[in-house]
Design a protein around this ligand. Structure first.
Ligand code: ADP
Ligand code: MG
Length: 451
């Protein structure tokens, strides 16, 4: 867009004004922009709603080449791409929701080198053909948004993020800009290590949100929780989120609050996609008093006037809590977050955590299935593994992601897997699982901290 010669300064200020319509930078933005323009690896840690997107969008517009943005959430990607396109920027989005004709068009744009931005998902980047296409362009900035997703300590851990470091290396290792609102040392350490950044600049603005009033209300009786929620809806104006921890509790709360005449709707991962989308739309329009949700709701929700976030149960970690309450009051007006606490709440979380990480046995099972297919000289695919191993698909995916990260397997064009290390012993596999077990223990400690 501008001359690559004059890096920072008046040029950047004018893009800020003319392109984004902002008079000044917010805290941390200028440092992040400058660092990216200097070609340094950068980790940006800023609270939700503080303007992380600008930290990569502005340098991207200044740089000549293409900026690749990996983002975990397609809705979030779409919002950003739409608003850039409205301002005349060439953006390709490549993800699983595209129709074949749209995909062809996006790929054509990338091939012709016209794109200022390519927004995509870690899943798509795992596709070698897509990576080959990206290799034909000059990528001068690689962005990983919501980067806590690649940390096993992060509350939104996504196994597909684990291979990102390798993929970025394959793409010629452009400078990386990773952004997150999660600031624990574990998460930051993982981001740095997974993305293979030896010496990143870290821009960290702190977390204080002066317009949020936070509180905890202890409870003994279950029925008191609903009464209290009802009073909150009665005594306060505006729209909010009520977080609870199970699909079942979402249903019950929607029914109880609804029967008292409050306009609420549910949101959870097991709902029909159309119902979920329509409930979310009603929430975004402001026609609901509250959306009652599991932690499936929220990433990428950009509604500035959320006035309250109520926790019906204690979230799993302080970081999850911070993300969830952080969705309130992004317009800077006062908002509140209140959490109900019952001594039994933490038991429920422990139950959830027990199933998250693969055990030594899971790794042995997964490796055994890989070996059987390899010995039968059959092309190995996830579907075939699924058919012959006792692992549920979610576990199988975590196991495969771990194997990719440890170089045990690699995935080729069209999702065909090659077993690179057929001779691992059960002891070695159990050791690999041991590192996951430690994490499980850490999760438990995190819950204790939260309590
Ligand atoms: P985050 O990714 O940190 O949650 P976003 O990038 O989505 O935050 O930005 C949140 C809001 O802040 C957006 O509405 C954006 O337009 C606004 N914003 C970002 N930077 C500035 C700025 N320098 N001045 C004014 N508003 C800004
Ligand atoms: Mg963001």
């Amino acid at each position: 867009m501008a001359d690559a010669g004059d890096l920072v300064g008046s040029d950047v200020a004018s893009i800020l004004k003319e392109h984004f319509g902002f008079r000044s930078f917010r805290r941390g933005q200028k440092e992040a922009v400058e660092s990216a323009l200097e070609g340094r690896d950068t980790i940006v840690i800023m609270p939700t709603g503080s303007g992380k997107s600008l930290c990569f969008q502005l340098p991207a517009l200044h740089l000549h080449g293409t900026t690749v943005v990996v983002s975990p959430l397609i809705a979030l990607m779409k919002d950003q791409a739409d608003s850039l396109r409205e301002r005349g920027v060439d953006v390709a989005t490549v993800n699983s929701t595209l129709k074949p004709s749209e995909l062809r068009e996006a790929e054509q744009g990338i091939r012709e080198g016209d794109m200022e931005f390519v927004y995509t998902t870690p899943e798509r980047l795992a596709n070698p053909e897509f990576r080959s296409l990206l290799k034909t362009t000059h990528i001068d900035l690689f962005v990983v948004d919501e980067a806590h997703c690649l940390s096993q300590w992060g509350h939104d851990f996504r196994p597909d993020f684990l291979a990102l470091g390798a993929h970025i290396a394959e793409l010629g290792r452009p400078p990386i800009l990773a952004l997150t609102a999660t600031a624990t040392a574990d998460v930051i350490g993982d981001i740095q290590q997974q993305l293979r950044m030896p010496d990143p600049r870290v821009v960290h603005t702190g977390f204080y949100r002066p317009n949020l009033a936070l509180g905890v209300v202890p409870f003994r009786e279950e029925s008191d929780r609903v009464r209290w929620m009802t009073e909150q809806l009665r005594d306060h104006d505006g729209t909010g989120i009520i977080y609870t921890s199970t699909v079942k509790a979402v249903g019950e709360l929607v029914e109880k609050l609804g029967s008292q005449g409050y306009d609420v709707a549910g949101y959870h991962g097991r709902m029909k996609a159309s119902e979920r989308a329509s409930n979310q739309d009603r929430f975004m329009e402001g026609s609901l008093r509250a959306i009652v949700a599991t932690n499936a709701f929220g990433l990428g929700i950009d509604k500035p006037d959320i006035r309250f976030v109520l926790h019906h149960r204690v979230p799993a970690t302080i970081e999850a809590y911070y993300q969830e309450i952080g969705r309130a009051g992004r317009d800077g007006q006062s908002a509140f977050g209140t959490m109900l606490y019952h001594p039994d709440d933490s038991k429920l979380q422990k139950f959830f955590q027990s199933g998250r990480y693969p055990s030594g046995e899971d790794l042995v099972n997964g490796h055994h299935a890989l070996k059987r297919l390899a010995e039968a000289a059959e092309p190995i695919t996830v579907a075939k593994l699924r058919a012959i191993s006792p692992l549920p698909i979610s576990k199988l995916k975590v196991v495969l992601a771990l194997f990719v990260a440890k170089g045990v397997i690699k995935e080729d064009r069209g999702g065909v897997i090659t077993l690179l290390q057929p001779d691992l012993s059960n002891v070695e596999l159990a050791r690999a699982a041991g590192s996951y077990r430690e994490r499980q223990e850490r999760d438990r400690l995190k819950q204790e901290q939260m309590v």
